[in-house]
Design a protein around this ligand. Structure first.
Ligand code: R5P
Length: 227
């Protein structure tokens, strides 16, 4: 499981608070990453205490964690999520950049299908304006044309390298990831539309207009924002 900079206590506080919001009988979208992992473990504990729920994973990682936690898994073919709990790499208001774990394509599918999308994070993720590189999941054959198209939009694309494998990261869907630096992003919605229009891009990591709640854990509690 990829881990990021914020304190583990803050991530756990946010994840556990989000798990408390889940009602009996719910279908829950299970996000990917170190913060969502705390929510999955907390949900597993509630299942152990008798809570009835089914989970829809957003990656191999979240599926494995959910199985270990004793959560029954289903797919979007079986049910749509009542709520999805997912992390983020950067948060400005309710706009997000996701995909640090290369899971953003399935995450966007599950997050956007949910009646309620709850973001869990630690304070290091919050910023005034988004400026984190935007991950693009691209077809392997589209790497160069997409990089050129990104340059045409004023960005710089870098192929994400794997850490415990030679060569690039290959996603759960068999594709590559380009991390695209646009500096400060003035209009996330507009940039998202432009990235979606590039042939060969499966999905980009800008999540605009999707989040309903942002729960930011701190070492002393959880700050909750609702749209
Ligand atoms: O692809 C991965 C996801 O978008 C994660 O939700 C995101 O990278 C945040 O992960 P973490 O909670 O580990 O910082």
């Amino acid at each position: 499981m990829k881990t990021t900079g914020g304190s583990e206590a803050a991530k756990r506080a946010a994840g556990e608070r989000a798990a408390e919001l889940v009602e009996d009988g719910a279908v829950v979208g299970l996000g990917t990453g170190s913060t969502a992992a705390h929510a999955i473990r907390a949900l597993g504990e509630r299942v152990g205490q008798g809570l009835d729920l089914r989970g829809i994973p957003t990656s191999y990682g979240s599926a494995d964690l959910a199985r270990e936690a004793g959560i029954e898994l289903v797919t979007l073919d079986d049910a749509l999520p009542d709520v999805t709990i997912d992390g983020a790499d950067q948060i400005a208001g309710f706009d997000l950049i996701k995909g640090g774990g290369a899971a953003h394509t399935r995450e966007k599918l599950v997050d956007s299908a949910a009646k309620r999308f709850v973001v869990v994070a630690d304070p290091s993720k919050e910023v005034e304006s988004l400026d984190h590189p935007v991950p693009l999941e691209v077809l392997p054959s589209a790497r160069e044309p997409v990089s050129r198209a990104v340059a045409g939009l004023g960005g710089e694309a870098e192929l994400r390298g794997a850490e415990r494998k030679d060569g690039p990261v290959v996603t759960d869907n068999g594709n590559l990831v380009l991390d695209c630096d646009f500096g400060r992003i003035e209009s996330p919605a507009e940039l998202g539309d432009e990235l979606s229009a590039i042939p060969g891009v499966l999905e980009h990591g800008l999540f605009v207009g999707l989040a309903d709640d942002v729960l930011v854990g701190t070492d002393g509690g959880v700050e909750e924002r609702r749209r």
